[in-house]
Design a protein around this ligand. Structure first.
Ligand SMILES: Nc1nc2c(ncn2[C@@H]2O[C@H](COP(=O)(O)OP(=O)(O)OP(=O)(O)O)[C@@H](O)[C@H]2O)c(=O)[nH]1
Ligand SMILES: [Mg+2]
Length: 227
């Protein structure tokens, strides 16, 4: 929701450039102000928003467009490059044998995401196994087992064992023949030191190729400390 609005505001700013008869310093400053406002409204950290837009304005005013590129295209390119620098580019998860650990706070969607990922990999022709390493929430084992049953994924779990590391270790061993092993972990309530210690031990036991932090899309700036 917030991000959709950000996309809209940025498009609006770019349209201003496209619609202007020529690109000059006052237009650049106006656009930079628009982008700054859009970032802050989207709950981007204020210091970060300022540093992004400062960099943007500096480059847009100082850099001469390369031969063959109009000032308009040049400014749009700078905006694009500076925003990508902050947001990062996307990264494809490889379709290969791997272990993925899902972590995150309570109720953010780890278990649901495990199911979605399992289906995704299955569609791509890989076999999938689920490991129930959430030992703290009583129903977690049943939830994941049921999910696995629905999509015909292999499953490993043991409701009697309350040691997440033990389960994780046994799980990846039991599912050795499976292509993609997804390990579901306990939700964390804020950032409790003992739970952080536990997840680090689990990560080590699993030797995860990927660790996915599952975050509710409405979380805002709290995402930083969680990561
Ligand atoms: N709208 C929406 N709801 C979701 C999504 N993913 C999960 N949920 C819901 O969010 C709630 C929590 O999802 P879970 O997957 O159980 O979350 P979890 O992180 O495993 O939770 P814990 O194991 O208790 O920490 C459930 O009611 C899900 O139906 C999503 O992408 N969109
Ligand atoms: Mg869960």
């Amino acid at each position: 929701m917030v991000l959709e609005k950000l996309g809209g505001s940025l498009r609006e700013a770019l349209r201003k450039i496209a619609g202007a008869s020529y690109v000059d310093e006052s237009l650049i400053k106006e656009i930079v102000r628009d982008i700054q406002r859009a970032l802050i409204l989207a709950d981007v950290n204020v210091q970060l928003a300022l540093s992004i837009t400062r960099g943007l304005q500096g480059r847009a005013l100082d850099e001469k467009p390369p031969a063959g590129m109009s000032p308009r295209e040049h400014v749009v390119r700078i905006i694009y490059e500076e925003l990508v620098k902050i947001l990062g580019t996307t990264r494809e998860v490889p379709l290969q044998k791997q272990r993925i650990l899902l972590v995150g706070l309570y109720g953010q969607g780890k278990t649901t995401t495990a199911g979605k990922l399992a289906k995704y990999f299955q569609k791509k022709g890989l076999s999938v196994g689920l490991v129930a390493a959430d030992v703290h929430r009583p129903a977690a084992y049943d939830q994941l087992k049921q999910l696995g049953g629905q999509i015909n994924a292999s499953f490993y779990g043991d409701p009697e064992v309350k040691d997440a590391t033990k389960i994780a270790k046994a799980g990846v061993k039991a599912l050795e023949a499976v292509d993609v092993v997804l390990v579901d972990s306990s939700g964390r309530h804020a950032l409790e030191p003992d739970l952080i210690q536990e997840i680090e031990a689990v990560a080590k036991a699993v030797q995860a190729d990927e660790r996915f932090l599952v975050i509710d899309a409405t979380v805002g700036q709290q995402a930083g400390p969680q990561a």
